[in-house]
Write a protein of this length. Structure first.
Length: 96
């Protein structure tokens, strides 16, 4: 029973820590309420290491989400621009 209790506690602490980290990352990536900013995206987020830490997992996850957002935004806005301008083109099949 002691092992089950310890496992349950560890799972609960891990879950709360993960939720906290996600909340902090989301807040840190939110656009500022006022003013302008410059964001830099590093698309090469996956390092080849013998051991990756939880921190690296979070960095890689954020990089992948940002890259996906950028791709979808660019492709969608370009297609919309072409359509509005009457440019003939083939829609892109974007696979993630």
């Amino acid at each position: 029973q002691a092992q089950d209790a310890a496992d349950s506690l560890a799972k609960s602490v891990y879950g709360k820590l993960f939720d906290y980290l996600v909340k902090e990352m989301n807040e840190s990536m939110a656009p500022p309420e006022e003013g302008n900013f410059i964001g830099i995206l590093d698309i090469f987020g996956f390092e080849v290491l013998e051991n990756n830490s939880f921190e690296q997992l979070c960095i890689n996850f954020c990089n992948e989400k940002l890259q996906n957002y950028l791709n979808r935004h660019v492709f969608t806005s370009e297609e919309e621009f072409y359509k509005n301008e009457g440019v003939e083109f083939h829609f892109l099949e974007f696979k993630d």
